[in-house]
Design a protein around this ligand. Sequence first.
Ligand code: BG6
Ligand code: MG
Length: 224
Amino acid sequence: MAQLKAAIFDLDGVIVSTDHYHRLGWARLAGELGIPFTEDQARRTRGVDRMASLKVVLGPDHRFSPAEMNELAARKNAYYTELIRQITPADLLPGAVELLTELEAHAIPRAIGSASKNAAPVLELLGIAHRFDAVVTGHDFERGKPAPDVFLTAARRLRVPPANCLVFEDAEAGIQAAHAGGMKAVGIGRPETVPDAERIVSSLAEIHYADLIALMMNSNGEKP
Ligand code: BG6
Ligand code: MG
């Protein structure tokens, strides 16, 4: 049982619907390489950093050198950054702004904990950068999700103990990262995609401040 003192949000797939653009970028690269890019691979690129995503796309048997892999990752990023130029506040996912407003009204600090090195420009395009007290991105840590570093860095910057932070995540690797950091997690998606989250909702529109308090207070690990 712990008091809620901070909320840490993943960005892609939680606050904004950029997953589609990541997927298009990888699909274009895979098409150029003449390799398949399946639905399962697309799911496994969620939450993990760019190089880890590339390894998912290439599969275990590829023969690319580290230098070639850097070039492939940069090529995908060029496609992705071109695509996200069209982002506007209309790409905010349902309930995101409302929940941020509710947390702000209750003086609960908010952070971004994202694997993406493009998180800062995406927040600017969405017009919500000022709503976060800390923004931790792929530039700020070495080990990506499922390592807890991203969320522990966010907690440290907010000066809140990990046990008092609640994470919002749409990827399995992100839920694992939250748990590895000693934090509870709300999973955005379906039970198949975020099975271990303490609470699962299909969007942030389904959850409110009172639910978060109850979730943090629930000490027996039950899923309310
Ligand atoms: C995560 C996405 O938020 O960021 C992943 O879910 C992506 O799919 C990762 O690979 C890294 O993003 P970027 O923008 O640094 O290539
Ligand atoms: Mg995500």
